[in-house]
Design a protein. Structure first.
Lengths: 391, 366
């Protein structure tokens, strides 16, 4: 690069390598200077406004309620505990959202490719509508326009043991009695047995070519063994049914409307994006592959499972990962309808009460960063597992 | 005498292989599963369409001064009519809204001038990118030529939504290009600065950035120096979309064959010359769909400013539904907002598909 032919150009400033070094030194200096400047302003401002620093506040009593908590939590607990409660809420809604969105996305993506004209059109309308309306608006719609207009507890809508009213969805709550450990043990054993069965069937098929319906068999195995364990230990499970009293519904398991609204909005919205990814992935597999499989005499279902799907997955997984990441990040919108997740609890209430903006916002960013990193590490591992092994 | 061969006219194809009957048989009733799906779809349509039409059109009320006027049991579109100005302009003074309209008309006229051959495209672009924002700013904010000053806290509605989206995307574009070039460069420090910035922003939700903009920026500035909230939010949105923009543009840069870079070097072009004249024009053309997608995402994401206390279209609707004389009109409000967002986003995605086809110059392998 630096071999200039004329000597007049051979000054040091015209050398690409030197220029790169100079440029980078300047850049680094600017970054360091700006950071130092901002940091010194920050310290001056914090001192002026009498805001304390550090994470000691996590040990102080929070004094505010968190409406949805999966672990014990009272107002007397610390900010630290409130943070953990909020973290659990975020993780739970993200995981459930990811599972539901994947199911919706796969169903809708396949529906868009259906031979049935009507089904394909309906799925297209679903995808194009939900994709193009802001998620926050959809969340508001579910929360304020649908769930908030449900009847008061006195006039609950009833489906068998399920109650539906303004305060949420009430369902029977399973209570595990003594001896349930036996059932769990049975369940775990059946799963281990079926994994062994699948491994054995696969090995036998590679050696002898004989095929065994391992998946169906293992499904049967799990159902039968678990049911037997239940029967032997005398069905150690009871349901706490929701009861309707005069003005209220008590007992049972309650899904609060905030939770339902966030979950429904997140999974239907992300589902629409996943549908497009699934459709594009399946379309990306060359039609010749399907024809080749048919000419080998494979059934349609086997063609899809053994030929089309594995190749489509390679195209699907990377964009799917970013949709999962989006979903986890979008769960923060729950703050707008008072679902007590990380942003609502930490950047909302805790920040307001302690005034420690830097620590709280930093904490939130750190958690989301870790969550994103975890999801992408897992999906990269899965992607590697699914990717083409070239010989 | 030769026998003249008279072929009889060919028979029409069987009724059930052409026309509407065949289409229905093939597309709706080809197998038992298909028949079931068709019936199921009709059932879904039956569940959805009649109630919606009845609610939205047949039993709807279009005029009235309060919710009490809506007695037909259907939608209360009168609500939208009464609040329409607020949904469009926020709390901008009613006598001054012509300024927003004027700025919009000016923009449309300027963009339409691209279609005129006699106009110099370069001057026009500079006009739109450098001169127009200044004019628009003074039109909106006032304070010059006897225009009344309008505080940014009064800006709202669809006007604010559009402003946030357009400024966000226009300002983030050059920043995104720089970040993408930085990430692709061979200089280790420049590269790592860009990577850290892009990946940090992309790992966190927009809400945290907006909170940071509205709560944390004042803490980082020296005493007495401060921007107003709109400015801070705009900075937050710009930095956020710049990170996404950078990744989109990087995709384009990576798609350009190495030969193009080498050819530019061989011509003796400097780094910036080869980027501006050779690489970027090709790379940006490739990623137009991605850029439009980023814009669509940003346009939808502008709704989040409601959470940090600004009243964009959704925020104004949310506020209006709490008006005591219009209680119970949430669905109408959301339907209206949903329709506007949908029309804008759907229109943009169709437009990007058209551009994509138009700019297709056959580099793609098929």
């Amino acid at each position: 690069m630096s071999d200039n032919t004329t000597s007049s150009n051979k000054s040091l400033l015209n050398d690409a390598g030197t220029r790169a070094i100079i440029f980078q030194v300047v850049l680094l200096a600017v970054v360091v200077f700006v950071s130092y400047y901002l940091f010194s302003n920050l310290q001056a401002n914090l001192a002026n406004q009498g805001i304390s620093t550090g994470f000691e506040f996590l040990n102080q009593p929070a004094g505010f309620p968190v409406l949805i908590h999966l672990i014990e939590y009272t107002e007397a607990d610390t900010y630290g505990r409130a943070f953990i409660v909020a973290l659990i809420n975020t993780i739970v809604i993200s995981l459930m959202g990811i599972i539901l969105a994947t199911v919706i996305g796969v169903v809708m993506g396949l529906a868009r490719l259906s031979n049935n004209w009507l089904v394909a059109r309906l799925a297209t309308v679903y995808v194009e509508t939900l994709r193009n309306i802001p998620l926050l608006l959809q969340m508001f719609f579910w929360y304020f326009a649908v769930l908030a207009t449900l009847p008061i507890p006195k006039n609950s809508i009833i489906f068998g043991d399920f109650f539906l009213n303004k305060r949420g969805i009430y369902s029977p709550n399973p209570l595990f009695q003594e001896g349930f450990g036996f059932v769990i043990a049975g369940f775990v054993i059946s799963i281990i047995a079926s994994i062994a069965l699948i491994v054995w069937a696969k090995r036998r098929q590679t050696i002898t070519g004989l095929w065994f319906p391992a998946y169906w068999a293992s499904l049967g195995l799990i159902v039968v063994i678990t049911f037997l364990a239940l029967a032997i230990s005398g069905f150690p499970i009871e349901f706490d049914l929701p009861q309707k009293s005069r003005f209220n519904v008590t007992g049972g398991m309650v899904l609060p409307p905030e939770f339902v609204a966030v979950l429904v909005a997140l999974s239907t919205y992300t589902g629409a994006f996943i549908a497009e990814i699934v459709r594009a992935g399946i379309l990306s597999v060359n039609w010749g592959q399907t024809e080749a499989a048919r000419s080998l005499g494979l059934k349609d279902s086997l063609t899809q499972r053994l030929i089309v799907l594995p190749q489509a997955l390679r195209v699907i997984i990377p964009p799917l990962t970013s949709q999962f990441l989006n979903l986890a990040k979008n769960s923060s919108l729950g703050a707008a309808i008072a679902y007590p997740e990380l942003v609502a609890v930490v950047m909302g209430t805790t920040l307001n009460q302690t005034g420690q903006a830097i620590e709280n916002i930093g904490l939130c960013m750190l958690v989301y960063g870790t969550l994103s990193l975890t999801i992408s590490i897992f999906m990269n591992w899965y992607n590697k597992k699914m990717s083409l092994t070239e010989r | 005498m030769a026998i003249k061969f008279n072929p009889s006219p060919s028979l029409p194809p069987p009724v059930n292989s052409v026309g509407a009957v065949a289409w229905v048989r093939h597309n709706l009733l080809s197998s038992p599963l298909n028949i079931f799906l068709t019936l199921f779809s009709f059932y879904v349509l039956y569940l959805l369409i009649p109630p919606v039409v009845e609610w939205g059109l047949i039993n709807a009320t279009f005029e009235g001064e309060s919710k009490a006027a809506c007695t037909a049991g259907g939608a209360c579109w009168a609500f939208i009519g009464v609040y329409f100005e607020q949904f469009m302009y926020g709390l901008y003074p009613a006598d001054e809204t012509w300024r927003i309209d004027l700025a919009l008309i000016l923009l449309v006229v300027l963009i339409a001038m691209f279609a005129i051959k006699a106009v110099n495209k370069l001057f026009l672009s500079i006009g739109i990118i450098a001169v127009y924002p200044v004019i628009a700013y003074f039109l909106f904010a006032g304070g010059v030529f006897g225009l009344e000053i309008v505080e940014t806290s009064l800006w709202g509605g669809l006007f604010l939504t559009t402003l946030l989206g357009v400024v966000g995307i226009v300002a983030s574009f050059p920043l995104g290009v720089l970040l993408a070039l930085g990430r692709q460069s061979s200089m280790p420090i420049a590269k790592s600065v860009c990577i850290v910035f892009i990946e940090t922003i992309r790992a966190v939700p927009l809400i945290t950035i907006l909170f940071m903009a509205s709560v944390m920026i004042p803490l980082f500035l020296p005493d007495g120096m401060n921007f107003n909230k709109l400015m801070r939010v705009l900075i937050g949105i710009t930095l956020f979309s710049a990170a996404y923009m950078a990744e989109v543009i990087r995709g384009g840069l990576q798609a350009i064959p190495k030969g193009q870079y080498e050819a530019a070097d061989a011509m003796g072009l400097t780094y910036w010359q080869s980027m501006v004249l050779v690489i970027l024009p090709q790379a940006l053309k490739l990623v137009i769909p991605g850029i439009v997608n980023t814009f669509i995402g940003l346009f939808k994401d502008t709704t989040l400013v409601y959470i940090v206390g600004m009243f964009d279209l959704l925020g104004r609707i949310q506020a209006a539904t709490h008006d005591s004389s219009w209680l119970g009109t949430t669905i109408e409000g959301y339907a209206f907002a949903g329709f506007i967002y949908w029309a804008a986003c759907f229109g943009m995605s169709r437009y990007s598909m058209r551009i994509e086809r138009k700019l297709e110059t056959g580099h793609k392998r098929n």
